[in-house]
Design a protein around this ligand. Sequence first.
Ligand SMILES: *Cc1c(COP(=O)(O)O)cnc(C)c1O
Length: 347
Amino acid sequence: MGAARLTIDLDSIAANWERLAERSAGAAGVTIKADAYGLGAAPVARRLARSGARQFFVALAEEGAAIRQAVGASAEIFIYSGHMEGDAQTIRNLGLIPLVNSAEQLARHLEALPGLPFGIQLDSGMNRLGMEPAEWAAVRDLALRAQPRLLLSHLACSDEPDHPMNAAQLRSFTQMTEGCDVPRSLSATGGILLGPDYHFDLTRPGIGVYGGAPFSEAYPVVTLDLPVIQVRDLAAGEPVGYGCTWTASAPTRVATLGAGYADGILRYLSNRATLWAGSVPCPLVGRVSMDLVTVDVTHLADIPDSMELLGAHQGIDDLADAAGTIGYEILSALGARYRRRYLGQRP
Ligand SMILES: *Cc1c(COP(=O)(O)O)cnc(C)c1O
């Protein structure tokens, strides 16, 4: 079989969520946007529902369909992008809860779906989504009369515990929501680790559940094995791959493996990443191409059937460091072409 194999451990995902939920002062939901950070929204949602998750957060209304089908009618599904033009039918049919971001979205929701649930997203300083204090003050009475389910804001620097932005956003969110008598949510993974002052009624971790920083105690979740398609011996002076960016300086054995940038192996990793043959590291040489990578295996006594890019020897944050990015991007870039195997799945 030519396709690389992506193994996703649902029991580790569940264990990570359970530990973040235990640390949360109130309840814990889960952020499951972007197909559960690339890992598969339906199997992940089903597994976490079994562990007791009841609040699911997605980015877009369209993402609600797979989650609703996986978790049944009683779970709450919140939408970070709020109530966008054209979303009303999806929101109603799937029973979603838009987190309205502006006075305009609030008016749209109250007009299109009066009496149906919604929440409100407030901007406590990140300047990305949500109502700023002045806008909120102007619509607050109207909004509260319509009985929102949740008041939410998002921290910009929660992965840096000493950053002054954390306390500033906490103050701003507290001021904006004082006396509202509506459940509140401020923290994702990083905010949970900042401590209970940041937790309010509901947390909504994502990356920590999927095994990434800043949740340093997370169990790893993914293993990625690339099949060896071909092996060749090069003489000194022979180049490898597009652009001939790597040239053998001595006789070299090179293996060609079946996955590339179309599968989320970022092209920036050309001549930078390491793959593992069991416990032996092997450098990626030459450019990452769309479907293939090439690896120096000169020092191996036996060529394995496959080599590991993600797993026990190299986690998502290690690979992210090599690529100059973050674990979130490594995970969410994983392509649709892998043979996916889920561990811990039940019928
Ligand atoms: C993505 C996102 C989260 C989850 O954040 P993690 O850092 O992955 O835990 C929570 N809230 C909002 C608004 C988000 O966009």
